[in-house]
Design a protein around this ligand. Structure first.
Ligand code: HEM
Length: 356
């Protein structure tokens, strides 16, 4: 069966696609950074008890537990924005893939609710948990990893309409995409990146405290930087594995998407190397700047790969435009207001608590 017959007709978009793609990229970047901090710091909280007795590692784990519910809220809310833009630009692919894996896709809601509860219990009942604490941290990490795996599956199914025909041979609504050779390296690439950024987030937190005159957490600056360095170094071979299994059309340098992909990818790699060097010198803020740059370029590379995958079926420029600028202007005004409010909330959450 020709899979192009299965692709629904796209809805018209209210403004030029470039504008929506720009917002999709920016908001995906924010979501991925928040997700990395969430999953990565939970991984560190799981592993930290191995680094020393509870009197030493307890304060670090307690601090991570205190921040987890907030970071989870940011991750979910920063996920809503790209979800909207993804639906507007790629709805005909994304809705279909979500339906093909609907059982798992809808399960994400339940998984997130359970994770939220677990994060709050970890934070509010830290002292009472005793030996159950490690089990609970393990459960939080596992649940987040499963959610991430479902997201990777959905992104993989949506960009490969050839796989949709499997619907007719069973597995309705319960499809995972193991037949895609990029699925596992893609997923591992996200997990390693999360562990790296989680470590760096811990280093940032203690660096901030150090600059405020509290040097008691200096050990955790080095600890966080080491997590960042090791996970990033592990991510290099995973990344090259991922690159190796990507179909050649995704990085075909004769196409514009292929050229842009190559530039973004190698730009990202260069920035990642610089951020690791900075982290090893314990220059935390510069390391964060370079690492954010690397994640941004990787997010861009990811968009170019999707464009290349969908190229045989669809091009963004083909989307019908039914201009409606006034809702867009209202949206932008609220975006700026909400952005300011979120920034104020971030500062309040991370700094006001220290005053308390
Ligand atoms: C809190 C747990 C979450 C984790 C661990 C997580 C993880 C991920 C990962 C790993 C990806 C990349 C998938 C890929 O490209 O293969 C992703 C993408 C995405 N996530 Fe999340 N996510 C979480 C929650 C959410 C929520 C609650 C939403 C929506 C409300 C959301 C919306 C999105 C969207 C729309 C994308 C795709 C963006 C794009 O392709 O441009 N995420 N997420």
């Amino acid at each position: 069966m020709d899979p192009s017959f299965l692709i629904p007709a796209p809805d018209p978009i209210p403004v030029n696609w470039f504008f929506l793609q720009f917002l999709l990229t920016i908001t995906t970047f924010l979501h991925l950074v928040a997700m990395n901090v969430l999953l990565g710091s939970a991984c560190v909280a799981l592993a930290a008890p191995l680094a020393g007795p509870d009197e030493q590692t307890g304060p670090l784990c307690r601090k991570i537990g205190e921040k987890l519910p907030y970071v989870m809220a940011f991750t979910i809310n920063f996920g809503v924005a790209p979800l909207l833009f993804l639906q507007v630009l790629y709805g005909q692919f994304f809705y279909t893939s979500s339906i093909l894996m609907a059982g798992y896709w809808l399960a994400i809601i339940g998984l997130l609710i359970v994770t939220y509860y677990a994060a709050y219990i970890y934070h509010l009942r830290y002292e009472d948990l005793g030996p159950v604490r490690s089990l609970l941290t393990g459960a939080i990490v596992l649940l987040l990893v499963v959610v991430a795996f479902f997201f990777c599956n959905n992104m993989s199914i949506m960009q490969l309409p050839e796989s949709w025909v499997r619907y007719f041979s069973g597995g309705r609504g319960w499809q995972l995409h193991f037949s895609d050779p990029t699925l596992v390296p893609r997923f591992l690439h996200f997990i390693a990146s999360a562990v790296a950024v989680g470590g760096l987030a811990i280093a940032v937190y203690y660096e901030h405290r150090r600059r405020q005159g509290d040097g008691s957490g200096e050990r955790w600056i080095k600890y966080g930087c080491n997590w960042f360095t090791i996970a990033t170094l592990i991510n290099f071979p995973i990344g090259f594995w991922f690159l190796g299994v990507l179909p050649s059309f995704a990085h075909n340098a004769t196409t514009l998407a292929g050229k842009l992909f190559t530039v973004s990818l190698y730009g990202s790699l260069a920035l990642a190397v610089i951020s690791v060097i900075q982290a090893q010198r314990h220059r935390v803020y510069p390391a964060v700047g370079w690492a954010l740059g690397a994640i941004f370029f990787m997010t861009l590379a990811r968009e170019f790969v999707r464009i290349a995958y969908l190229n045989p079926y669809f091009s963004l420029a083909d989307l019908p435009v039914a201009p409606q600028y006034s809702p867009m202007i209202v949206f932008l005004i609220f975006l700026i207001l909400a952005g300011t409010l979120v920034w104020w909330m971030v500062k309040t959450v991370f700094f006001a608590q220290e005053v308390k």
